[in-house]
Design a protein around this ligand. Structure first.
Ligand SMILES: Nc1ncnc2c1ncn2[C@@H]1O[C@H](COP(=O)(O)OP(=O)(O)OP(=O)(O)O)[C@@H](O)[C@H]1O
Length: 387
């Protein structure tokens, strides 16, 4: 990063009473028979970094493009900074919305210099001369490309081109920044670098950001809030930690991170605990604690345990095999540097277990794995017609 510069004035009047940056209500978008976005409602607060996360085809790009004005709504409404942008009758065109967008393809103009690329939209705002130069310099400095100002698009690497695309979008100081999988074409190292830069720019220019990705690490590491989408609807809307540690559905648990899902029924509800009986291991119960434990005897669901929730001790014989402790053999131990990803065969179930890479755990070891009752995630069985 180059020299730090003061953030500019906010582009949208502070006197606007509406506190939400974006308010989408019951948005539906259909393509023929396909309902890409299905009665989706979302409010994004000013200054928030929101990630729209979900599998391919879940409708995140379609929704983002509707916010930008590039897609028409079939039903519902969208307002930005309290101003209606789209509803049954209204459709404000993209160029009249207080936003800018960065796409997966860098889409910078190769025949123009970096400076001309970044200044393009600013000129469109009628800004010229010293102010234009200062704005472009300030934005290029923010993405660390000031000394590339006179190069042409073709003379830049992929990562640099994408940073120019980000600078070009930010140079107009949009109220709302939209990103559609902007890092997909970059290699892993660069992805991480540009990821950090985008978060930094979000704070520096005090924008509101909506960021589409199918990459959970990107969403969890960048966003204040993650909106997980599934089949055109919102599956869960949470801060990253809650989404990961407190998923509310099996879909959410599986999409974000790895899980062991153990089908069970509620056997006993105590004062501060619930015991559930595992269906695949007759006679074995798991104890759960915490506010989200189930409280209806007989209820069916899944006891979900993330691989790194297990505490692993080497050795262990059958007598250790008590409630919340499984004894088994390590049948796979994949050392990936910082972690070791193991499979522990416990007889009835194979558990995915992850330990720190400094541990001396190898294939063939006998281990006992224990899970803290407060860590176990309970997910009620969802009737299939619910969705
Ligand atoms: N222009 C279009 N015409 C017809 N169907 C479309 C069109 N654009 C998207 N769809 C369909 O709408 C659904 C949602 O697509 P969308 O691109 O929004 O998903 P996505 O979550 O962004 O996926 P990806 O990460 O693969 O881009 C999909 O079933 C897709 O096939």
């Amino acid at each position: 990063m180059e020299s730090r510069v003061a953030p500019p004035a906010r582009p949208v009047s502070e006197s606007t009473v509406e506190s939400a940056a974006l308010r989408a209500e019951d948005v539906t978008i259909r393509y023929g028979d396909v309902t890409a976005v299905d009665r989706l409602s979302l409010t994004v607060g000013r200054g928030e970094f929101t990630a729209l996360l979900g599998p391919s085809g879940c409708g995140k790009t379609t929704f983002l493009r509707a916010i930008a004005g590039l897609n028409q709504l079939s039903a519902g409404s969208i307002a930005i900074a309290g101003r209606p942008m789209a509803d049954g009758r209204l459709h404000v065109p993209p160029e009249r919305r207080p936003l800018n967008m960065v796409f997966q393809s860098y889409a910078i103009w190769p025949h123009l210099s970096v400076r001309a690329n970044v200044g393009y939209g600013v000129r469109g705002q009628g800004i010229r001369g010293r102010e234009l130069k200062d704005r472009v310099d300030e934005t290029l400095a923010a993405v660390g490309l000031l000394h590339y100002a006179d190069r042409y698009g073709t003379e830049l690497s992929g990562g640099q081109q994408q940073r120019v695309a980000v600078a070009r979008a930010l140079a107009t100081r949009p109220f709302l920044m939209l990103y559609d999988e902007p890092l997909s074409n970059l290699d892993a190292g660069l992805r991480e670098q540009v990821r950090e830069q985008i978060v930094d720019l979000h704070h520096r220019f005090d924008t509101t950001t909506i960021y589409v990705t199918h990459d959970q690490a990107e969403a969890l590491s960048m966003a204040d809030r993650v909106v997980l989408m599934n089949a055109g609807r919102i599956e869960q809307e949470s801060d990253p930690r809650s989404l990961y540690h407190r998923p509310e559905s099996e879909f959410a648990a599986r999409f974000v991170g790895q899980i062991n899902a153990l089908p069970a029924t509620v056997a006993e509800v105590g004062e501060d605990f619930t015991d559930v009986a595992l269906l695949d291991q007759p006679g074995r119960t798991l104890r759960l604690r915490g506010s989200r434990r189930p409280r209806t005897p007989g209820a069916a669901g899944q006891a979900v345990v993330r691989p790194e929730y297990f505490e692993v001790t080497t050795g262990g014989d059958a007598s250790d095999d008590t409630r919340n402790v499984f004894v088994g053999e390590v049948t796979r131990a994949a050392f990936i540097g910082s972690r070791i990803q193991c499979v522990v065969a416990t007889g009835a179930v194979d558990l995915a277990v992850e330990v720190s890479g400094v541990r001396e755990i190898r294939q063939g070891d006998r281990v006992s794995v224990r899970v803290d009752p407060a860590r176990i995630i309970w997910i009620d069985e969802q009737p299939s017609e619910e969705r």
